[in-house]
Design a protein around this ligand. Sequence first.
Ligand code: HXC
Length: 285
Amino acid sequence: MYTADTLSDRTILITGGGSGLGLAMAKAFAKSGADVAVCGRTVEKLQKAVKEIEEQRDGAVVKYYQCDVRDYDGVTSMFEHIIDDFGSLEGLVNNAAGNFLSASEDLTPGGFKAIVDIVLHGSFNCTHVFGNYLIDNKKEGTILNMVTTYAEGTGCAFVLPSACGKAGVLAMTRSLAFEWAEYGIRLNAIAPGPFPTEGAWSRLVPQKVMEKKFIEKIPLKRVGEHEELANLAVFLMSDLSSYMTGECVVIDGGERLQAGQFNFIDGLMSRKKLKKIFKAMKPKK
Ligand code: HXC
């Protein structure tokens, strides 16, 4: 879909880029010409990721940085190192996240804080440091925030801290898209539906029966492929989307459309039987 120079004029940092969707995006960016920085908390994971990302393109410059996005000073120092190492930085993907299933009445303040700190404060910390770097150096840049389909509209039961954190990230995306447009900084978001990863699935879909239910409620009747999400991320990080800012693109196989008032009848019986009933209800000429 993209050429080797779709992103060839830029370096992109992906937080939480050592595994899962972050790694899938990092690989796609490298393949499309970008130099790539990834950060995370676990060095072994990052080292392995760097090798995989480098394999995507001869000559790709790929480096890792150990950083907990919750720590503003650590984030500041990481950006200084990245800019020293690469010479400049044009893109940021706020992908690092945390989540777990819990009845909300059983949450501890520490559990709520851990998730909101990673998701919302972590995204703010990176965005704030990166934004100031761009503004001070009169550089244009692109920021992509990974949110969820429940960040807007519905919220979500059993993942309250994540729902609150992601809603905040979406609000930040739109607030800054307006405020920083003047500096040539674009911010967009992706709201992914179910894309299985080791990290998310082990915490959120612990049983096969849940996975089956997940798939049943998706109109396209399958989960997403990492490459499908990575392709969208390349588009949003490249000049192909240069007139888009403040947008949240949903990629979920239609999962969010379940709320349609009569959608439920599709699951009641076969399409053949349904059509028979509809036909019987049609006024005779
Ligand atoms: C209840 C829990 C818990 C659980 C942790 N806590 N896990 N409470 N149920 N399963 C509580 C702890 O008791 C503690 O509270 C507080 O959270 C902090 O936990 P720590 O382990 O000390 O913190 P930390 O090491 O910082 O770990 C953060 C973490 C962890 C988020 C809890 O799971 C993590 O590092 N996750 C990163 C990877 C991840 O979560 N990936 C999934 C992202 S998927 P007290 O009271 O003792 O202080 C995603 C996609 C969403 O976001 C969309 C899906 C469709």
